[in-house]
Design a protein around this ligand. Structure first.
Ligand code: MRU
Length: 351
């Protein structure tokens, strides 16, 4: 990413690095307002990730990488030891959201670069900025490659998606929506059923907005309507993103994904997952070991700040679920399409 602009060819700009600030498209207030929030401290980046100003596994990783650059730049300004500031910022960023492995992947990649750097803070900040910029640029390139591989799986007709795995969830282009974009660019007539995605409404607020920006036809449904649409044979495939994929192919993604996958199996509709290698965590053997974030119950009891449930009601609000690998037809990566059995396919990918 060149300073002062986002990546080229995107109708949606999720974030922009200016050299001393990270501008984030505030995803909490979309689609009502399109507003960039400027963050200049690592703690502000951490807060933006935690409150979902920026969200989606790859976008969280990229934002965290720039958060570490900000930590070192600020250390330089305040004459503080940069390694210590880097370490503290890394801990803060890594404590924001536990499920998306891209956060840990990106901060670890930055740590490895930091480890090799001289103590001179000026040079260190420049090197780290270069690495964060590479993570940003590679994410878009990866998504485009994934799109090219995945587009071949989609036939003209309707697909269903859950949550937002689009440009907004990445540095640009998107994972699941990148596959849709690539299929449309290849001339296929694709229509998308968009699950609203309770409780945070990433589908209704973000995916519907993003597809609209690109002129890709879509229909918004509540999550509970998916069964009827699948039963009626209106959908040729489901395609979703992932926050972490275990070594055996189990997929952690937005709460509700598992239900959709089971419905697809019952109705003999292929269920595809699009995710970069940075989302696959072979160190985690099965989905059971993936930490699942639980979020504030207010996301369930309140709607746009208005309480819609009895005061004080007990709430369970897991942000993600795990879809067992047996329900996944294929995993689209930047290196190609993985088919079951996934353990071997994933092992070969990382060899
Ligand atoms: O809680 P969110 O909005 O960060 O959850 C996002 C998802 O579950 C996405 O599907 C996933 O991160 C893949 S994004 C390319």
């Amino acid at each position: 990413m060149k300073k002062g602009r986002g990546s080229v060819g995107r109708s949606v700009k999720t974030m922009e690095w200016t050299g001393d600030a990270l501008l984030l498209l505030n995803q909490r207030i979309l689609p009502l307002r399109e507003s960039m929030t400027s963050v200049t401290q690592a703690s502000e980046v951490a807060h933006a990730i935690q409150t979902m100003v920026v969200r989606g596994a790859p976008a969280i990783g990229v934002a965290a990488a720039f958060g570490l650059v900000l930590a070192v730049r600020n250390a330089l300004r305040r004459r503080l030891p940069w390694r210590e500031e880097f370490r503290k910022a890394s801990l803060t960023l890594r404590a924001t959201r536990p499920t998306a492995v891209n956060l840990f992947w990106a901060t670890e990649r930055m740590r490895k670069v930091a480890e090799r750097l001289p103590d001179d803070p000026e040079g260190a900040a420049d090197h780290l900025e270069k690495e964060a910029t590479s993570i940003f640029d590679e994410d878009i390139a990866t998504n485009r490659r994934m799109g090219a591989h995945g587009a071949k799986l989609l036939k003209a007709g309707s697909v269903i998606t859950h949550c937002n795995a689009g440009a907004l969830a990445t540095a640009g282009y998107g994972t699941a929506l990148g596959v849709v974009r690539a299929a449309v660019a290849a001339g296929k007539k694709i229509h998308v059923y968009v699950d609203e995605t309770r409780p945070f409404l990433q589908g209704a607020r973000l995916t519907a907005w993003e597809l609209g920006k690109d002129g890709i036809p879509c229909t918004l449904i509540t999550d509970s309507m998916a069964a009827v649409i699948l039963k009626a044979g209106k959908v040729q495939a489901a395609i979703v993103g992932a926050d972490r994929i275990a070594g055996n192919g189990d997929v952690a993604n937005k709460i509700g994904t598992y239900g959709l996958a089971v419905l697809c199996r019952v109705h003999k509709v292929p269920f595809y997952v699009a995710a970069p290698l940075s989302t696959i965590d072979p160190a985690v053997r099965t989905g059971r070991a993936i930490p699942i974030e639980e979020r504030d119950g207010r996301e369930v009891t309140h709607f746009l700040g208005t309480r819609i449930a009895p005061d004080g009601i007990d709430v369970y609000n897991p942000a993600f679920d795990v879809t067992p690998a047996k329900y996944v037809t294929a995993i689209v990566t930047e290196r190609g399409v993985l088919r079951p059995p996934f353990p071997g396919a994933i092992r070969r990918l990382f060899r």
